[in-house]
Design a protein around this ligand. Structure first.
Ligand code: AMP
Ligand code: MN
Ligand code: MN
Ligand code: MN
Length: 290
């Protein structure tokens, strides 16, 4: 029996570090059999109106989405806001404040790479960022691949853009409390994105999950494009232990960069409450079923 809903609640467009416009991501989602879709650009709602319009044209159920960058202990954590009101002024203002630091950080990354002998990285990355205020490490990664410094985006992160590498510039993002607060006040569900990616250690992970649930965070991404099967099982266990709803999303960025295309993901493991059974996502699923 086909999976229903085939929910893909994590994807990116040219409004952050994705390579395709919102309507193109929507079309790929529909081609991948997605029934419930969210575009979750980093720290911006700029693509949401186009995403909603494209979804409507395609008959695809859609909820508002965003992926917020958060500094927690020594790590950058990503928190998804699903089902948010995309016209919420407080959320929009908070995100605008977060984005304000991106260009200055990118300039510092360019200077740091120049000291390592790679010149012109800021200008190169900026030329690849259709929305300069949303410039990200991904744009640097693409430029470094195009100029032959590394064979793939993944390799660039490994050699240049991770903490301790020449292109890495530390940055302070939102607090966990601010991010969860903006999402909840905008009517959305806060979900910890790709928990398998963080290197917090066991006590740091528990501190994150305790703080997140205390703040009213309600979900965790269990099945996602960057999780190995073991990471899926670990996230599922964390969801059960902490009473969090489980989410599913490809984290699609570009056809030639993403491990999975929208919708092409495994089903959630058993004994989990899917995040799409929670308001306001449940309403969108009911529309998709009708
Ligand atoms: P930023 O928000 O500018 O720090 O950029 C973070 C983005 O870089 C993430 O959203 C991913 O799209 C991308 N990214 C981070 N680590 C990796 C990695 N190891 N391989 C590929 N992309 C990565
Ligand atoms: Mn990204
Ligand atoms: Mn992320
Ligand atoms: Mn993402």
């Amino acid at each position: 029996m086909p999976l229903f809903p085939n929910a893909d609640l994590h994807s990116h467009s040219t409004h952050s570090d994705g390579a395709l416009a919102p309507a193109e991501v929507a079309a790929l989602a529909q081609a991948g059999g997605v029934d419930l879709w969210a575009l979750t650009d980093h720290d911006t709602l700029a693509g949401q109106a186009l995403a909603r319009e494209a979804a409507l044209d395609l008959g695809l159920a859609w909820v508002g989405g965003v992926e917020i960058s958060v500094s927690f202990l020594t790590e950058t954590i990503h928190v998804l806001g699903l089902g948010v009101d995309v016209a919420d002024a407080t959320l929009d203002a908070g995100l605008a404040h977060l984005r304000a630091g991106r260009v200055a950080r990118a300039q510092a990354m360019g200077q740091s790479l120049a000291r390592a002998g790679i010149r012109g990285a800021f200008e190169g990355a900026a030329a690849l960022a259709p929305n300069l205020p949303s410039i990200s490490r991904t744009h640097f990664a693409r430029w470094l691949v195009q100029t032959g410094h590394a064979p793939s985006v993944g390799e660039v992160f490994h050699h240049y853009l991770r903490s301790g590498k020449p292109g890495y510039v530390p940055h302070t993002w939102a607090t966990l409390g601010a991010a969860v607060g903006w999402i909840r006040r905008a009517g959305g569900v806060a979900v910890i994105a790709h928990p398998g990616r963080y290197r917090l250690g066991l006590s740091g992970e528990n501190a994150l999950l305790a703080a997140f649930t205390d703040l009213g965070g309600a979900g965790i991404e269990v099945v996602c494009g960057s999780h190995s099967p073991a990471e899926v099982q670990l996230a599922a266990q964390q969801a059960r232990t902490w009473g969090l709803a489980a989410s599913r999303g490809s984290d699609f960025h570009a056809p030639d960069e993403s491990r999975v295309l929208p919708g092409m993901l495994a089903a959630l493991p058993p004994q989990l409450t899917p995040v799409w059974q929670r308001a306001p996502l449940a309403q969108a699923v009911a529309c998709a079923r009708a």
